[in-house]
Design a protein around this ligand. Structure first.
Ligand SMILES: Nc1ncnc2c1ncn2[C@@H]1O[C@H](COP(=O)(O)OP(=O)(O)OP(=O)(O)O)[C@@H](O)[C@H]1O
Ligand SMILES: [Mg+2]
Length: 462
């Protein structure tokens, strides 16, 4: 973090410095070229006026040439039309022939001004026209040093470097404290999360330093409370399972103990009665274990296993279940009614859906009174099938309604025990309906009856 802030702060200044110096250099060279070119033009006019090409001894002109040469710390060479050097302010090449590309181009009316940025000098050619003619009779070649420009550039560069150095130090200091400021609250979040991980009994974190850390704290706290809720429900489930499994075993032990304690004198009648009770308790235990296994399998199935769906006529399907339940219904003196508003075919997993429907109708019978009825009403449209199971039973109190689909939940534990049941039926029913991508709801009026409505799509959506 610290490094990134430093780089972001310093890199632009280095690039800027380079661009600024380059820009200064080219502008300064352009201004210098313009200055020298105008001076040269004036002198070239004088050369022509004084017919210097024919008589290079003119003191006035020579003085001007020397002056120009001194002023710009440079060298001026005058070449005539035979490419012969008639004047060199350095007095080195006088009398020699000049075959330079620039001079020849100038004779062709192409004046040039070149800047050599390696050796730092500027070379300018100026044509000399005799008065009143268009023919170039000579060329003035002026080379001046660009060192003053380079000196200024260097001193500017040094100053910029100094500024960059100071800024860098400031940026490094600010970046250090800035990154500390930014990172600290996040470190705090991590520390608090570590505390929770190591189990210091905390169930929330609070780092309100930034909006981000506040949001993070809130999310973590919510996640913790969800995990706690899951953990609590798991513990409750385990407690319920143990309790439910223990009850029949306790009964069996009590029954068996009393038989044992009576020795050989147990009357055959009593012996038989106790044995029947023991068999009943064993059946009950088996029932609970089977229900639990079904639920566990369905919990896994929701994620992995697909349903074995088949097209069934739901009217026939419910009718068969009702036939199977008729003996129980007759015993409880409850009438079973099937009402088909519209015949519907639905894709369901027969085994699983049968479990769900059986429990709903069985509940309707179990929690009913003599002379009551349980009715299954079937309806559907092109997309959904609706099955309504209503009864004239005892109903479910309003405060219990939100809980009836929970595992092991029973409204009236003492009453339910009398009736029999573990409170797993509706949990299984709900799982099955959800697996079919459907929905289930319960409406009830205490003392009047209950209606369960199941709605599932007619075509199974994998
Ligand atoms: N039709 C109904 N009328 C009145 N109460 C009902 C009805 N259906 C369910 N209940 C209440 O909801 C509770 C949960 O029902 P659920 O089917 O899950 O369990 P159960 O019938 O007690 O046992 P199981 O179905 O596991 O043998 C029941 O104990 C009962 O109190
Ligand atoms: Mg039930």
């Amino acid at each position: 973090m610290f490094l990134i802030i430093c780089l972001v702060g310093i890199l632009p200044s280095i690039i800027l410095r380079h661009a600024f110096l380059k820009n200064y250099e080219s502008r300064a060279v352009a201004v210098r070229i313009f200055d020298v070119q105008s001076q040269c033009q004036i002198i070239a006019n004088h050369l022509s006026t004084y017919q210097y090409l024919d008589d290079p001894d003119s003191d006035v002109v020579n003085a001007e040439l020397e002056q120009l040469s001194n002023l710009y710390d440079g060298r001026v060479i005058v070449v005539n039309s035979d490419l012969k050097i008639i004047k060199d302010t350095y007095s080195i090449s006088q009398g020699k022939t000049m075959i330079s590309e620039e001079v020849i181009r100038c004779f062709r009316k192409e004046t040039t001004a070149n800047y050599d940025d390696v050796n730092h000098f500027i070379e300018i050619t100026t044509p000399i026209y005799p008065p009143g003619t268009e023919d170039i009779q000579g060329v003035m070649l002026t080379s001046i040093s660009a060192n003053p420009i380079m000196d200024t550039r260097e001193s500017l560069g040094n100053r910029a470097l100094l500024i960059i150095a100071i800024t860098t130090i400031l940026i490094v200091i600010m970046a250090y404290f800035g990154s500390l400021l930014i990172v600290r609250p996040f470190r705090k979040v991590v520390r608090e999360m570590d505390d929770i991980k190591e189990g210091f009994g905390k169930d929330s974190i609070d780092v309100p330093d930034f909006i981000e850390t506040e949001a993070l704290s809130l999310s973590v706290t919510q996640m913790i409370s969800r995990m706690e809720a899951v953990d609590a429900s798991r513990q409750e489930f385990v407690a319920n399972v143990s309790h439910e499994l223990k009850t029949p075993i306790t009964s069996i032990k009590v029954l068996a103990d009393s038989l044992v304690s009576q020795g050989d004198d147990v009357p055959a009648e009593l012996y038989r009665e106790f044995m029947e009770d023991i068999v009943q308790e064993i059946d009950r235990e088996t029932g609970i274990i089977n229900d639990l296994l079904t639920l566990v399998k369905m919990d896994q199935g929701e994620k992995a296993e697909e349903l074995q769906v088949q097209q069934v006529d739901i009217g026939d399907f419910i009718e068969k279940i009702m036939e199977r339940l008729t003996p129980i219904a007759q015993k409880a003196q409850v009438e079973l009614v099937l009402e088909i508003i519209r015949p519907v075919t639905v894709e369901v997993d027969e085994t699983k859906f049968s479990l769900a429907m059986t429990n709903l109708i069985e509940n309707g019978i179990k929690y009913n009174h003599e002379g009551g009825w349980v009715k299954a009403k079937i309806d559907g449209d092109y997309q959904f099938c609706t099955i309504e199971i209503s009864d004239t039973g005892m109903g479910i109190p309003e405060e219990s309604l939100p809980h009836i689909f929970e595992r092991f939940y029973r409204v009236d534990k003492s009453h339910s025990r009398e009736i029999g049941g573990t409170g797993l039926g509706l949990a299984i029913t709900r799982s099955v309906v959800l697996m079919h991508r459907g929905a289930i709801k319960a409406d009830s009026v205490e003392g009047e009856g209950t209606t369960f409505t199941v709605k599932i799509p007619r075509t199974y959506l994998a």
